[in-house]
Design a protein around this ligand. Sequence first.
Ligand SMILES: CC(C)(COP(=O)(O)OP(=O)(O)OC[C@H]1O[C@@H](n2cnc3c(N)ncnc32)[C@H](O)[C@@H]1OP(=O)(O)O)[C@@H](O)C(=O)NCCC(=O)NCCS
Length: 220
Amino acid sequence: MKTNNYVLWGATGQAKVLADIIYNDGGTIAKIFDNREIESPLQGVDIAYGIGAFEQWLNSVGTPEHYSAIAAIGGVSGFDRFEFYQLFCNNGLLTPSVFHKTACISQSAILGENVQILAHAFVGVETSIGHATILNTKASVDHECVLGTGVHIAPNATLCGCVTVGNFSMIAAGSTILPRIKIGSNVIVGAGSVVTKDLPNNVIAYGNPAKIIRRQDLVR
Ligand SMILES: CC(C)(COP(=O)(O)OP(=O)(O)OC[C@H]1O[C@@H](n2cnc3c(N)ncnc32)[C@H](O)[C@@H]1OP(=O)(O)O)[C@@H](O)C(=O)NCCC(=O)NCCS
């Protein structure tokens, strides 16, 4: 079952981006939640704050299966995005993926749930993409790539064929990852980098060719 009536978690720019896709697809947004007490970014859409308000809303609607939910959280917050995906599943909400109509997605690609594929993004043949991953505007993920959960491929980043990206990693805007490179989990590849060698878990790397700049704990 699929419903085009959405609940978003996250009230920043990513909510506007997702709303644009959902509205263009004839959908509606019932409610936005955020932990911070900020204004709703969407005209006419009510916002509520914190997990308590979310639980209250769930109790009041009584039929969570009539709603789709997705975390409108970008940047390096892939771990949070994945946790919200799990929260939605555990509470009986539907967790479809959201695709911009200009995205080009191979029929042989295997996509998880709550994946966000934005305008003009490309997903090549036999590519696999984990839950709660974002392919941002014009991101290109070529043949046989394997992306984990909570990954973010930022605008205009290019993954050549057979690239692997571990859970919660972000490939920042305009970067290029050469063929067959393996990038670990919880990695940030800085904007405009060219990655020519494998990267281990828990590092930040950038430059051309990309060098490891420092190690990092799991970004939350
Ligand atoms: C990799 C990144 C996280 C590094 O952030 P940071 O550690 O806070 O780095 P700083 O801004 O403190 O810069 C530290 C130094 O590194 C340099 N630097 C930072 N990012 C760089 C990059 N991508 N390439 C080359 N040099 C970079 C800075 O110029 C600065 O140099 P300086 O010390 O000589 O002045 C950040 O640059 C980045 O790429 N963010 C992602 C942006 C993006 O694509 N977001 C997604 C939008 S949807």
